[in-house]
Design a binder for this molecule. Structure first.
Ligand SMILES: [Zn+2]
Ligand SMILES: [Zn+2]
Length: 301
């Protein structure tokens, strides 16, 4: 008998909150200040925003007091260590209280956890990290699977292969879409703001409850399409979506399955487990190439 481990956000009470966990203000190399960033994201339908300046813990207390129905959360993006090819890791330290210095990636993760925060490995593809660079780290909550500014600037937004490389090795971890907004604008490409998002199921819009839901994996990630419902039992996973072109069930090696709307959009699909999967995750794509991702469903023997 298969044991299915998936805290299904669609079956848990609460409300959905839209957020971005990676952004840069004028306190590092962003163009907008924290007020402008917060109003921009609120005006575009987001409910919360983490400010994660490079190697600086930007004070968000003043903006937090002024915003209504919008949560501004503290964080930092920290340069850390060296990969096997000599590039630096970038680590998001979310909801921390004290600035964390540059240094060894594991030390930064540990310090983030000590402060009650959570760590996410930023843009592995852009950083030229391989699965080997990440496998030896412990205690991080997830990795960025899509980063808007990395995609719009140099076409290196997607790190989903590294996610599967970790999952197939039993390193269970969440996938996050982030904007990494700097307000980079350029006439030959779109601006890197208000594109990607995560939808978090939480009881209320508070820092503690959003962090608790992130820890439990009660969210999905998107650059456009919506996931409307999921039903998971010992035999199958069903997903209902906004109209899309593709619904993928991604799993170990040759397992998994793709459903495609050849001439008309599709809005639902069911995958029946074959018995050898250790994880299955859902990835959908609309006709404009925008995607959404659920967190993995784990199957234990
Ligand atoms: Zn970075
Ligand atoms: Zn960044």
């Amino acid at each position: 008998m298969v044991k299915v481990v998936f805290p299904n956000p669609f079956e848990i009470d609460g409300s959905w909150f839209k957020g971005n966990i990676h952004s840069h203000s004028i306190n590092s190399d962003g163009i907008l200040n924290v007020f402008q960033l917060s109003f921009l994201y609120k005006a575009n339908g987001y409910d919360f925003l983490f400010i994660t300046d490079h190697n600086k813990l930007t004070d968000v207390s003043e903006i937090s007091e002024k915003m209504e129905d919008f949560l501004v959360l503290p964080g930092e993006e920290i340069n850390a260590g060296k990969s096997r090819v000599g590039t630096e890791y970038h680590i998001l330290s979310l909801n921390i209280t004290e600035e964390i210095p540059k240094g060894d990636p594991q030390v930064i993760i540990n310090e983030t956890l000590r402060q009650g925060g959570e760590a996410v490995i930023a843009h592995p593809y852009w950083s030229a990290l391989t699965v080997e660079d990440i496998l030896n780290l412990k205690g991080f909550l997830g990795i960025e699977i899509f980063n808007t500014t990395c995609e719009f600037s140099i076409g290196k937004g997607y790190s989903t292969i590294i996610w599967d490389d970790l999952l197939v090795r039993g390193r269970n971890t969440y996938g996050f879409v982030t904007d990494d907004v700097h307000w980079h604008f350029n006439p030959h490409r779109p601006v890197d703001a208000c594109y990607g998002y995560i939808m978090v199921k939480a009881e209320d819009l508070t820092a503690n409850l959003i962090m608790e839901s992130l820890r439990r994996g009660l969210f999905y990630s998107s650059t456009g399409p919506k996931i409307i419902d999921m039903e998971v039992d010992e035999e199958s996973v069903y997903v209902k979506t906004s109209p899309v072109k593709i619904i993928n069930f991604i799993s170990n090696s040759s397992l998994g399955e793709r459903f495609t709307g050849i001439s008309n959009p599709i809005t639902e699909a069911t995958y029946r487990f074959r018995g050898k999967e250790t994880y299955v995750r859902v990835e959908i794509e609309d006709y404009e190439g925008r995607r959404a991702w659920t967190n993995p469903i784990y199957l234990e023997k």
